[in-house]
Design a protein around this ligand. Structure first.
Ligand code: ADP
Ligand code: MG
Ligand code: ZN
Length: 556
């Protein structure tokens, strides 16, 4: 590229957007699309994907079409561009006939530089006819993962985009997404017929985000505590159900926070108002289901809390990615509970077998992530196919407050035996009661107080044993009974382990577990981190392979 042209890009960047320099790959991407080549951009949330089509739209003759999945998202960007003095408009179902005609007229006479179109509107015959007459420079497909059933936000209409673009002529396409799993990436390229596109993938490491997982215990109290530390700052609290959203929003308001609910069941007008209030800082906290957030550009979100366990690491990463878009610190806190995972599994119960199995594997990955003592950042990046070798990231709970790892062969044996001897018909809490010798009505009615395993672990706390049972599950000595949610069975691996026990390492979460006095805990054999990580990653990789549809992918 000529120096002169390079300067042109930069001065436009400064003149229109007010930025002094490009971030990451932006310039190379913009140059690529300006050269008329198909371009595939994979960048984490907040990295600055929009600029990759907004700026080239201003550098070319004609109008750039931007396909975007949400009306709120289009509005957000159109407002922003208009504020920059750029004529951008959208075409979607919210427009009146008059507005629609004006947009079409201004598109044809070339006044509009960027036209945002909803996929539903794009596929309408009258719009296709109009677009055929317009002078289009290129097409941007934003949030391109909506094309894939393997993404976290599948939109069937997205699958028809390519067909329409084809009717508009031979136009260069730029597809953009923050979803980087290999399966989704392949799906997007195949569907948009851009296998030959130049791919620009940047690192998914968001160095300014602090990741933390807490066991979900006294969660309401802990949530309020956490939020008090961030009083007056902007943040999102995600809940799984609409009911919970309303409940938590009320809880926060009662406790003196300015919070508003957001979920798909609210009246559209209320939903929009709450979103605007959040963007305009009339409320600090939005309590929401995952219906909230895609493409919302609020740069100073300081925290994202997952009050309930998310359904997949992918979704979790996207949602946490809404924090710290301005590059300043963002806190990402998740409350994890074994019980929540069971509840989610119950929801999946009636789904077709393959779907249910995939959902189960995604949840299992979530559990691995939550229970593991390995650096959160390393785990997340691993999930996106990136290797992270920094010893201590200094921005996650597992690095800042490392968990001790200990040789757990004897206690794992007790956990597995408890499941076996009670007939593989019970869940975590019951097994822990038996191990600790808690003489409750259930234990007695099943005669479990007569088992030799009964009371074997009476000296340790319930939290300690719960952790042991959960980790036996993570290490696949126990497995979940697929037909009876919550019930734990002994896996083949578990039977082998009982026959011939071997060394195995578990981690202690000191915050939740009273491990007794200093002396006692120092007796545990410390284990090297590296060996531990490798075991865990081995399990994760094996787990990925279980998703039948991932079989044809290169291993990562
Ligand atoms: P993404 O779509 O990748 O999630 P956005 O396009 O919404 O991210 O951009 C995130 C933020 O980064 C926005 O506030 C945007 O204004 C800002 N931004 C983008 N590019 C630059 C740049 N070159 N310099 C400074 N800020 C930028
Ligand atoms: Mg975006
Ligand atoms: Zn870390």
């Amino acid at each position: 590229m000529l120096v002169e042209e390079k300067d042109k890009l930069r001065s436009k960047l400064k003149e229109v957007f007010g930025y002094n320099q490009f971030r990451g790959n932006q310039e190379a991407i913009i140059r690529n699309i300006l050269e008329g080549r198909n371009t595939f951009v994979i960048m984490p949330t907040g990295a600055g994907k929009s600029l990759c089509y907004q700026l080239p739209a201003l550098m070319t003759d004609g109008i750039a079409i931007v396909i975007s999945p949400l009306i709120a998202l289009m509005k957000n960007q159109v407002d922003q561009m208009n504020a920059f003095g750029v004529n951008a408009q959208f075409l979607n179902s919210t427009l009146t006939k008059t507005e629609m005609n004006r947009v079409k007229r201004e598109s044809l006479d070339g006044t509009i530089k960027l036209l945002y179109v909803a996929p539903e509107s794009l596929t309408k015959v009258e719009n296709v006819d109009f677009l055929k007459k317009a002078n289009i420079s290129f097409v941007a497909v934003d949030e391109a993962h909506c094309i894939s059933e393997w993404g976290h936000d599948f939109r069937p209409e997205y699958r028809r985009i390519k067909e329409i673009i084809g009717q508009l002529g031979n136009l260069p396409i730029i597809a953009l997404t923050a979803t980087a799993t290999p399966k989704v990436q392949l799906d997007i390229q195949k569907n948009l017929q851009m296998e030959g596109a130049d791919v620009f993938k940047s690192s998914f490491n968001r160095t300014n985000l602090y990741y933390e997982v807490k066991q979900k215990k006294h969660a309401k109290k802990n949530l309020v505590h956490f939020l008090r530390d961030h009083k007056g700052k902007s943040g999102i609290v995600y809940c799984l159900s609409r009911k919970k959203v309303v409940e938590i929003a009320e809880l926060l308001n009662v406790n003196g926070f300015r919070a508003a609910p957001y979920h798909a069941g609210l009246e559209p007008a209320i939903r929009e108002k709450n979103q605007d209030d959040f963007l305009n800082e009339d409320v600090d906290i939005i309590v929401a289901t995952i219906a909230f957030g895609m493409g919302i550009d609020k740069p100073d979100v300081r925290f994202v809390v997952h009050y309930d366990v998310p359904k997949s690491l992918e979704g979790y990463y996207q949602e946490t990615g809404r924090a710290g878009r301005d590059g300043l610190e963002g806190q990402c806190l998740m409350f994890y509970s074994h019980n929540d995972v069971n509840k989610l599994e119950k929801f999946n119960k009636d789904k077709p077998v393959q779907e249910r199995e995939n959902a189960r594997v995604l949840l299992q990955e979530m559990s691995y992530y939550a229970e593991s003592p390995v650096c959160r950042r390393k785990q997340l990046l691993h999930y996106f196919g990136e290797e992270y070798t920094v010893e201590n990231c200094e921005m996650c709970d597992n690095c800042v407050k490392p968990k001790d790892r200990y040789e757990a062969q004897d206690v794992a044996k007790i956990a597995v035996e408890a499941a076996l001897k009670t007939g593989e018909r019970f869940g975590l809490n019951h097994l822990v009661d038996v191990i600790r010798g808690v003489e409750n009505q259930y234990v007695k009615s099943y005669d479990h107080h007569k088992l030799d395993i009964y009371g074997k672990g009476g000296e340790e706390s319930a939290d300690y044993w719960k952790s042991v049972v959960r980790q036996s599950l993570i290490y696949e000595l126990l497995e979940k009974d697929i037909d009876n949610i919550g019930v734990l069975k002994v896996s083949q691996k578990g039977h082998d382990f009982l026959k011939k026990p071997y060394a195995i390492q578990f981690a202690i979460d000191h915050e939740y577990i009273d491990t007794g006095d200093e002396e006692e805990s120092s007796e545990r054999t410390p284990v090297s981190t590296k060996a531990y990580d490798e075991t865990l990653f081995g399990l994760l990789k094996a787990l990925r392979k279980k998703i039948a549809h991932e079989k044809d992918l290169p291993p990562y």
